[in-house]
Design a protein around this ligand. Structure first.
Ligand code: GTP
Length: 463
């Protein structure tokens, strides 16, 4: 507001000063013209015959007539200070007649200079200086017939000029003050109107920023601010529309993401469940396969290796024990097993098989070394064992079986016949097996419950 006031003051002051000085100049010029025009009237107003009579002093009443003529000239306007008529023949001025407050010598020094400048159509004194110095303003005119003979001087009252200037100054000051007041009122009205528009724009900005409803618009007055507010409302509408669309798209995207995450989580759970199930199935399958593999190699009744597993293992065991003090095998067969089945039943027969297997198992050092070879036949491999030790072990087995009892058949006596053979150097396994089998038959033939060892192709009964 202060800046507005300063601008108004400077603007109005500059314009006022310019207009004031222009008016002063105009006033002085018009005053000068008026004085000059009036002094030019002097030769026309004064009667030449009366002038000459006065100058030549030929008529005593001439002066009165000349003064009357001068008065008529002065009466045209009320602000003349004086009028003087001077005879300048011979170059020496001599006052002839005059009215008002004249200089003592008829002409002031300035008027003498004006007269000597010799202007026929009148010469005006310095108007500006007269206004400044508050002195009378003189205008001088030379006239007469033939050689120049008369000078007329008309002087404007200093107070009159000053009164005009005062009036001008007062008018200028009033105009200046009125201009400032008008500018203040106008700028105030414009500022208020602009402020209301700016406040309306500010409220719109706030509503747009805070998401509130857009306030009602001001009555349109068709200025630039109306257009700015209109454009702003359009931009705000577009922004809100865009924001709503973006919000909607974001909402849809969030929902889509949530659905996707839910589906991913569901799928992950399904995959984890399937993976766990698959893992369990694989483990189960592996266990089953392991059990099947074991079952394929194991006799289900006695849990010893079966014949196939023993045959597969024999080659490796014989090669591993080479050079380690012999490799023997032992084949045992339950005596008269058919009778046991027949007398006690198959169930007891099975128990007898299990009991013999336990004795065999207790005798051997490695569970992989004993096998059920056939129905009631058992096989034991003894790596790193010489034939003598093998026979002793066979005898121990035979003795253990003879002394054992079978569950559910306490009175049952079970015996076995045993054949023993040692793998000879370079001998095929099949040959050694055959000799071991022959030794078993020899034990059967020898009356059963006996151990027979095969020494090469010779057989010796050990018990
Ligand atoms: N309970 C039972 N009996 C079996 C099993 N396997 C074979 N046997 C029986 O074992 C008997 C074998 O009889 P044999 O071959 O005549 O021999 P043995 O009666 O023992 O006579 P020797 O060997 O000459 O002493 C048969 O009766 C078979 O049925 C089995 O797993 N359980």
């Amino acid at each position: 507001m202060l800046s507005h006031l300063a601008v108004i003051l400077v603007g109005a002051g500059t314009l006022g000063l310019y207009l004031y000085f222009a008016a002063v100049a105009q006033l002085l010029e018009s005053v000068g013209h008026r004085v000059l025009d009036n002094v030019r009237l002097m030769p026309l107003t004064l009667v030449s015959a009366d002038l000459d009579a006065l100058a030549d002093n030929t008529d005593a009443t001439a002066k009165t007539r000349v003064e009357q003529q001068l008065r008529r000239l002065m009466d045209v306007s009320g602000d003349w200070a004086s009028a003087t008529l001077v005879d300048v023949r011979g170059g020496q001025p001599r006052r002839l007649a005059g009215l008002g407050n004249e200089p003592a010598e008829g002409l002031s020094p300035e008027e003498r200079d004006l007269w000597r400048s010799g202007a026929q159509r009148g010469v005006l004194g310095n108007v500006g200086e007269a206004a400044r110095e508050r002195t009378e303003l003189s205008a001088v005119v030379n006239f007469g017939s033939g050689e120049l003979r008369y000078v007329g001087v008309l002087r404007l009252d200093a107070a009159s000029l000053q009164a005009s200037l005062r009036f001008l100054r007062l008018s200028g000051l009033l105009a200046f003050l009125f201009g400032i007041l008008l500018a203040l009122v106008t700028s105030r009205l414009m500022a208020e109107r602009m402020q209301r528009r700016i406040e309306a724009l500010g409220q719109r900005c706030h509503a747009l920023a805070s998401g509130q409803e857009m306030p009602r618009g001001l009555p349109a007055i068709g200025d630039e601010f109306d257009r700015v507010i209109e454009e702003f409302d359009l931009v705000a509408q577009r922004l809100r529309q865009t924001a709503a669309e973006r919000e909607s798209a974001l909402h849809a995207l969030t929902e889509s993401n949530a659905r996707l995450e839910s589906r991913v989580a569901e799928r992950t759970r399904e995959i984890e469940a399937a993976s766990g199930q698959l893992k369990a199935e694989i483990e189960n399958r592996l266990q089953v396969e392991a059990l099947l593999a074991e079952a394929a190699l194991t006799d289900p009744l006695t849990s010893l290796l079966n014949r196939r597993a023993m045959i597969e293992m024999l080659a490796q065991a014989s090669s591993d024990s080479r050079g380690q003090g012999g490799f023997c095998m032992l084949l045992a067969d339950i005596d008269h097993f058919k009778r046991i089945n027949d007398n006690y039943g198959h169930n007891v027969g099975d128990k007898a098989l299990v009991a013999v297997a336990q004795q065999l198992d207790a005798l051997q050092g490695d569970s992989r070394h004993a096998a059920r070879w056939g129905g009631e036949e058992f096989f034991l491999v003894l790596p790193g064992t010489a034939l003598t030790d093998a026979c002793r072990r066979a005898e121990e087995l035979r003795s253990r079986v003879e002394k054992m009892t079978v569950p559910a058949a306490p009175g049952l006596r079970v015996t076995i016949s045993v054949g023993v053979a040692e793998l000879q150097s370079g001998e095929p396994l099949e040959d050694c097996l055959r000799r071991c089998d022959q030794a078993l038959y020899r034990a059967k033939d020898a009356g059963r419950n006996t151990v027979v060892a095969a020494r090469g192709n010779l057989f010796a009964t050990m018990s």
